[in-house]
Write a protein that binds this ligand. Structure first.
Ligand SMILES: Cc1cc2nc3c(=O)[nH]c(=O)nc-3n(C[C@H](O)[C@H](O)[C@H](O)COP(=O)(O)OP(=O)(O)OC[C@H]3O[C@@H](n4cnc5c(N)ncnc54)[C@H](O)[C@@H]3O)c2cc1C
Length: 388
């Protein structure tokens, strides 16, 4: 697989960045990957993996130095997210969700808010990003959670659905509507709830097709009260925070999807180099080679685009919404295609739990749904070409 080896080696990492990536690659390969199947089967939250990630201080990758992190480039985080997801998709999304929830605090929080929330995340805390509600999925503006100002406090009423890390997070970034603003979009606001807040309840955990070791919670806010100091920016500025946050979380979930895609591709290719039928290796059949050619080509292109978008963000570009949508849509479709091909290349063995192929297949599906379904991304990309 020299093409992919060259692709991996082709990044221009600084010495300290290369050292971090090599350490994460080793952690992924030697510790996280060997445990993935067992965590998938038992559906147990992979605390040992979270501890291993924290032992290396990896949350610090995306937290500025002044708040206890290492403040590395976005591209470094992206490469690490890809490696962890390739080893265990559940562990990958647990870690990436911390980034998704914390990045808006880094970008939009006051110095006081950052001082309060970031050091505990740098030290290994978990976080959750709370947007989706039962009647507000693709159209997040339909959310009903209400933020009701009461003097110097804010009361939160409502609930959220499908919240990754929802039962284990230390910090929750929650989007809801400011009760004093009528307009459904202009009222959207964002605030932070901390673990243990009275009235913050985990209603249930989902039983899922894939990502079985990662928890997905339904949350209720029954009169949770937080200080007004927990509000990010001003009332009604939540939608701009949300859009800016998605520009950074969508490449992150794309990296996650590409991790699954690469793992599925390599697993399938390794298998067919050994497996023989009709006196030949499966890889020697031309019909199989055509499948590999198509997928490998698309995968290589998409991995380059991942780092193109990362570089834009590292260069301070903020108008990356369409590039990020293209990336998220294609990366997740590739995860699904690669996982499908991995099962197919394994024949009947791809359908049974003794092999990783069926886990990749189950894990890949959600990547086409979360962080904006691919239909939503098609719409965003397509309409960007219509003249205003
Ligand atoms: C395992 C898991 C983890 C998740 N983690 C989080 C999390 O941490 N935080 C969070 O806030 N949310 C999370 N989500 C929620 C996820 O982001 C939503 O499920 C997703 O946005 C889709 O919303 P929905 O499920 O309500 O589907 P719907 O919006 O009801 O969509 C149903 C179907 O209709 C299509 N559709 C909808 N609108 C359009 C349109 N305009 N044009 C064309 N087709 C359309 C969709 O593409 C889809 O095929 C998670 C979900 C899961 C399953």
């Amino acid at each position: 697989m020299r093409v992919f080896e060259r692709l991996d080696a082709g990044h221009d990492w600084a010495e300290d960045e290369a050292a971090v990536i090599e350490t994460v690659a080793r952690l992924a390969r030697e510790e996280i990957a060997p445990r993935a199947s067992e965590f998938d089967k038992t559906k147990a939250f992979p605390w040992v993996n979270v501890q291993a990630i924290n032992a290396l201080g990896l949350n610090g990758l995306f937290i500025p130095e002044v708040y206890g992190g290492a403040g590395m480039r976005y591209a470094v985080y992206i490469e690490c997210a890809r490696l962890v997801a390739a080893a265990c998709a559940s562990t990958g999304i647990i870690w990436s969700t911390v980034f998704h929830a914390i990045k808006p605090i880094i970008d939009f929080g006051t110095a006081e808010q950052k001082q309060r929330f970031l050091p505990k995340i740098a030290a290994g805390g978990l976080a959750a990003l709370c947007i989706t509600e039962p009647d507000a999925g693709s159209d997040a503006t339909g959310m009903r959670t209400r933020f009701i100002p009461e003097g110097d406090r804010i009361r939160i009423e409502g609930g959220k659905r499908f919240i990754s890390n929802g039962d284990v997070a230390d910090v929750f970034l929650v989007f809801g509507k400011w009760s004093e603003i009528d307009d459904p979009k202009a009222s959207i606001s964002a605030l932070v709830i901390e673990k243990g807040a009275e009235g913050l309840e985990t209603v249930r955990l989902e039983e899922k097709l894939g990502h079985r070791a990662a928890s997905t919670a339904e949350l209720a806010f029954n009169g949770v009260s937080v200080s007004r100091d927990n509000l990010l920016k001003e009332p009604g500025q939540g939608l701009s925070i949300l859009f800016a946050a998605l520009n950074k979380s969508r490449p992150s979930v794309a990296a996650h999807a590409l991790g699954i895609a690469r793992a599925a591709f390599e697993t399938g290719v390794n298998y067919i180099n050994d497996r023989r039928q009709s006196g030949r290796r499966i890889v020697d059949f031309q019909g199989i080679q055509f499948m590999l050619a198509d997928l490998a080509t698309d995968l290589a292109m998409c991995e380059r685009w991942l780092f193109h978008v990362s570089e834009m963000l590292d260069n301070g570009e903020t108008d990356v919404g369409i590039e990020a949508s293209m990336l998220k849509m294609r990366a997740s479709d590739l995860a699904m295609r690669a996982a499908d091909m991995c099962v197919q290349l394994h024949g009947g063995y791809g359908y049974v739990e003794d092999y990783a192929a069926e886990r990749y297949f189950r894990d890949a599906k959600i990547t086409q749904i979360w962080e904006g379904t691919n239909q939503v991304h098609q719409q965003l990309i397509g309409r960007s070409f219509a003249r205003r």
